[in-house]
Design a protein around this ligand. Structure first.
Ligand code: E4P
Length: 217
């Protein structure tokens, strides 16, 4: 499973990239607003940090506007993926961008039929939002399983990008359900490495080692 980090904070991206844990980055208008930075400037900086796809979302909702903005975003760097909302206009823009060799991430997916349309439109990634489905008591993992089965039935190459991840359990369940990628907030990525028994074991080993009085170097 590939890991993308879901943030526009360059310091977090650099840190996680240095651990070798990142395959890409996703941003959205809310994350850009939270960063307090200029959109195009921060996308350019992220694209230099990470050697992988970086999703940058259009603001327009009309087809022409999406195409214009998408071209500007795609020109920022070779690894920009243009993020488009799952609407009929977004799907039309997705199809056009595919024919022009621009990578796309179709976002705000909440149903298997929406994911089927995105694959038919040639999306590089489809982003089902897990946490937001769970928030309204719907089964987000059933959605991932359904999309996986549909894409496998027809050999679609669109990658399933599990988004709106709220916990380590979401990551594990999405991996079991066959998502190709998970886009994860920085704190949750860090938390995946942590276990109470790992910490307890380290404390024990440190104290036992100190008691030997030995050094390795
Ligand atoms: C990523 O591409 C999405 O925009 C993001 O995961 C949404 O997460 P949220 O539902 O926590 O805002």
């Amino acid at each position: 499973m590939k890991f993308f980090v879901d943030t526009a904070i360059a310091e977090d991206i650099s840190e996680l990239n240095d651990y070798g844990l990142l395959n890409g980055v996703t941003t959205n208008p809310s994350l850009i607003a939270k960063s307090g930075r200029d959109f195009k400037e921060v996308v350019a900086e992220i694209c230099e940090i990470v050697n992988g796809p970086v999703s940058a979302e259009v603001a327009a909702l009309d087809y022409e506007g999406m195409m214009k903005e998408g071209r500007i975003l795609a020109d920022i760097a070779d690894n920009v993926v243009v993020k488009l909302p799952l609407t009929l206009n977004g799907l039309k823009a997705c199809r056009q961008m595919r024919s022009r060799g621009i990578q796309t991430n179709v976002t705000l997916c909440f149903s298997a039929n929406q994911a089927l349309l995105a694959a038919k439109a040639g999306a590089s990634y489809i982003s089902p939002f897990l946490g937001r489905l769970d928030d309204i008591n719907l089964d987000s993992m059933a959605l991932i399983r359904d999309i996986r089965a549909i894409y496998d039935n027809y050999g679609f190459d669109t990658e399933i990008l599990a988004a709106s991840i709220r916990s380590g359990n979401h990551v594990k369940e999405a991996a079991l359900a066959g998502a190709d990628v998970a886009t994860i907030p920085p704190a949750i990525i860090r938390g995946l490495a942590s276990h109470v028994l790992t910490n307890k074991g380290i404390d024990q080993f440190v104290s036992d080692w100190e008691a030997t009085g030995q050094t390795i170097i």
